[in-house]
Design a protein around this ligand. Structure first.
Ligand SMILES: [Mg+2]
Length: 455
């Protein structure tokens, strides 16, 4: 999935330089040379990230950033300010305007790519949550006003992992006026603390004496309980190598020593805001899950939820280059399982079938049970050849390993699958599923245990 980057600068050679660098790393680059054009493009093209020059005639970068962050439709798009001077005042003004990060001209390649990738990754996670929340609202399982509540950002739980006493105290003093702050000087103690601590933000020094701060960050990112906790790292000025490693690991942001008080406040605020937002989305998503959107036997989504989700994806994809694909799966000769071995065995087969689907689709795919022995997998941003490959993988996952049903088993089962992709304007979930269903019918006629792709 290549991310779309909007580069904004009033000096053409600057635009061309960034465009060339990013294109060589397979980003999809669009450009603008002034504020109003940039704002129009942000709305039209919905980029995944904006690299924004500060000094521009007319509307400057700060104002462009403010307007992006004030508009609910595009406020989630990360903005990186590109400044000619490494001015602290500029940084603070930018952060107050809602910027997510800074790059200083001339732009360092490694920092540029690592930063863009890290922000794009975060955005893709948020996009997925936003979309599922939208599906939930359409189903009426989420109340009104869930998007509105903007509570004050105080009382957050913050852990500072730093063994330089003076620095730790200075950071803590700055944050303690509004938050609940704890200092931990030992890295190994911190690793234990974060696991059960339910922290809203963890600030990690990368120059601890007794422990590798990068290791702490990577432990936090790989553990389920701490994967979403924002991490701010403290790095020495010029230590690009460590910083790039940290960004690759997935830390959210960084502070260069000596830490400026305003910058600390502003960057913490940005991370806490993002955490609140993600928490709320996740809460809404799980609430919507609990409300009858799943099939009780298999744990997969039910037909109603799948249809609503597919509608959302098709509407979003209108005019986009990447299609939505869907496959319909029907277990071959399922009736004979029920007839020969009883409904108990039939249910065991259905549950195992669903589990194998779950293991063999990607995280972004959505699997649902339509009813009986019929299932659907919805695949966003997936062309028909990729969808067909996933379908083949599923077919193998069913046919290659017999199903244990206890007495009378194991049973050799197979599945027939029809695949179709969305086709531009006028597409509906009904039409798309009809084409997949026709393909499935063809697979059955051709002798079952096969994948047929709609022409
Ligand atoms: Mg300029």
């Amino acid at each position: 999935m290549s991310a779309r980057v909007l580069v904004v600068d009033d000096v053409l050679p600057n635009v061309k330089l960034l465009e060339a660098k990013l294109t060589s790393e397979y980003f999809d680059v669009i450009t603008a040379s002034n504020g109003p054009d940039a704002l129009a493009l942000v709305k039209e093209a919905q980029p995944d990230i904006v690299l924004l020059d500060v000094m521009m005639p007319g509307m400057d970068g700060f104002e462009v950033c403010r307007r992006i962050k004030r508009d609910e439709a595009v406020a989630h798009i990360p903005v990186v300010m590109v400044t000619a001077l490494d001015q602290l005042a500029d940084r603070v003004t930018g952060l107050e305007a809602g910027a997510d990060d800074f790059l200083t001209k001339p732009v360092n390649d490694v920092a540029l790519f690592a930063r863009v990738r890290s922000l794009v990754r975060l955005k893709m996670m948020t996009d997925e949550l936003r979309m599922r929340e939208k599906t939930g609202s359409q189903l009426g399982v989420l109340g009104q006003g869930t998007m509105a509540s903007e509570q004050p950002l105080t009382g957050a739980r913050i852990l500072i992992v730093e063994d330089r006493q003076l620095t730790a105290e200075r950071l803590s003093e700055t944050l303690a006026a509004e938050h609940d702050v704890r200092i931990e000087g030992r890295g190994d103690e911190a690793a234990v603390l974060v696991r059960g601590g339910d922290y809203d933000l963890v600030i990690v020094s990368l120059t601890l004496k007794d422990y590798d701060g990068l290791r702490l960050c990577s432990q936090m990112r790989s553990a389920e309980a701490t994967r979403q906790v924002p991490i701010l790292v403290l790095v020495e000025d010029g230590d690009t190598r460590r910083l790039v490693r940290a960004l690759d690991i997935g830390v959210n942001d960084y502070l260069i020593r000596p830490v400026d008080r305003n910058e600390l406040l502003a960057r913490s605020r940005t991370q806490l805001r993002r955490k609140r937002y993600a928490d709320r989305l996740r809460e809404n998503v799980s609430r919507s899950m609990a409300l009858a959107v799943t099939d009780s036997l298999t744990g997969l989504y039910n037909r109603r939820y799948m249809l609503s989700h597919l509608e959302t994806l098709i509407a979003r994809g209108e005019g986009a280059s990447k299609p939505v694909s869907a496959m319909i799966l029907d277990i071959d000769f399922f009736k004979s399982v029920n007839d020969t071995h009883g409904h108990g065995a039939g249910d065991v087969v259905l549950a195992e079938f669903a589990a194998r689907i779950g293991r063999n689709v990607r995280g972004v795919d959505l699997a649902a049970r339509m009813g009986g022995e019929e299932f659907v997998v919805v695949m966003p941003d997936t062309d028909v050849s990729a969808a067909t490959m996933i379908a083949e993988r599923l077919r193998h996952a069913i046919a290659d390993e017999p199903f244990a049903i206890g007495e009378g088993g194991p049973l050799n089962m197979t599945v027939s699958i029809g695949v179709a992709a969305s086709e531009g304007t006028g597409e509906t979930s009904e039409k798309l599923l009809k084409r997949a269903d026709d393909a499935l019918y063809q697979a059955k006629r051709d002798g079952r245990n096969r994948v047929v792709t709609a022409a």
